[in-house]
Design a binder for this molecule. Structure first.
Ligand code: MN
Length: 264
C-alpha cells in the first residue's frame, strides 16, 4: 500500500527525474546485458482455457495467455537481466512492479535510456496486470461480493449497482488500449477507500508512469483488460458485450481476499 507520505516523496522524486530528462535523453548508455538467467516465467492459467466459455472463448484465452502475456514475460526477461546493476532487486513480479513505482525516477537518474524505461514499464506492467487478470476470473463466477468488500463498495460507490455502472462506463470510455481498475487507496484521513480508475497501455495503478504520480495510483484488486486482443475474436468491435459477459466470470472470492490483503 502506498501511504500519503510515500506519495509525497514519490512525487518529489518524479519531479527530480523529470527535471533531469534532457540529460537522460542526451545519453545513449543502457545497461549491459548480463548472463543472468531469465527471472520471470509465464504463470499457468488457474483453469482450463475453455473454463470461461461462453463468456470468454477458449481461443481468445489461448492466444491472450499463451502469446500476449508470454510476450510481456519474454520482453521483461530480455531487458530486466541487464538492469540489476541499477539496483533493481530480484523478486516476484508483484515486488518488482511495486518497486518500480519508486525506482523509475532513480533509474532515470542513473542514465537508463527513456526507451529502456518504457520497455521496462510496458513489459513489467503487462506481466503484472495479466497475472492478476487471470486470477480475478473463474468458471461460475459473477454475482456480487459479500461482507467486507460489499460494505467497502457501498461506502465508496453507494451500492453495487452504482459501482458496476461506473466501472462499465469507465471500461467503455477507455480510448484505444488499456485497463479499468478497482483499487484500494487511502483517503486524506488515512481511511481505506476503494477507487475506480483507468489506465492506458499496460500502466497499472501499482506502477503508474512517473509523470502521473498521484493520479490513478493504488493497490489494484480488480482489473478489466479492454485491449482488443482480450475480446476481438468473439466480440469484434462490441466491447460492451464483452464487458457484460465478463461480469459473469468475476471471481469475487479472490477479489475479496486481495482486498483483505491490501488492508492488512
Ligand atoms: Mn491483455
Amino acid at each position: 500500500m502506498i501511504t500519503r507520505r510515500e506519495a509525497i516523496k514519490t512525487t518529489a522524486l518524479a519531479a527530480a527525474a523529470t527535471a533531469l530528462a534532457p540529460s537522460v535523453l542526451a545519453q545513449t548508455n543502457t545497461a549491459a546485458p548480463t548472463a543472468a538467467a531469465a527471472p520471470f516465467t509465464l504463470p499457468p492459467l488457474p483453469y482450463a482455457t475453455d473454463a470461461l466459455e461462453p463468456h470468454i472463448d477458449a481461443r481468445t484465452m489461448e492466444i491472450h495467455h499463451g502469446r500476449h502475456h508470454k510476450a510481456y514475460v519474454d520482453g521483461l526477461n530480455k531487458i530486466y537481466t541487464g538492469m540489476f546493476e541499477f539496483a533493481l532487486p530480484k523478486g516476484t513480479i508483484d515486488q518488482i512492479a511495486e518497486n518500480l513505482r519508486m525506482r523509475i525516477p532513480e533509474i532515470s537518474r542513473k542514465g537508463v535510456s527513456l526507451e529502456v524505461q518504457a520497455a521496462l514499464q510496458n513489459n513489467a506492467g503487462g506481466h503484472y496486470n495479466h497475472s492478476l487478470f487471470w486470477q480475478t476470473m473463474k468458471k461460475g463466477g459473477g454475482g456480487e461480493p459479500k461482507e467486507e468488500l460489499a460494505k467497502a463498495i457501498d461506502a465508496s460507490f453507494g451500492n453495487f449497482g452504482n459501482f458496476r455502472e461506473a466501472f462499465t462506463k469507465a471500461a467503455l470510455s477507455v480510448f484505444g488500449s488499456g485497463w479499468v481498475w478497482l483499487s484500494v487507496n487511502e483517503d486524506v484521513d488515512n481511511r481505506i477507500k476503494l477507487k475506480l480508475s483507468s489506465s492506458t497501455n499496460q500502466d497499472s495503478p501499482i506502477m503508474i508512469r512517473m509523470t502521473d504520480f498521484g493520479r490513478g495510483s493504488g493497490y489494484p484488486v480488480l482489473g478489466l483488460d479492454v485491449w482488443e486482443h482480450a475480446y476481438y475474436l468473439k466480440y469484434q468491435n462490441k466491447r460492451a458485450d464483452y464487458i457484460t459477459a465478463w461480469w459473469n466470470v468475476v471471481n469475487w472470492d479472490f477479489v475479496t481476499e486481495r482486498f483483505q490483503k491490501a488492508k492488512g
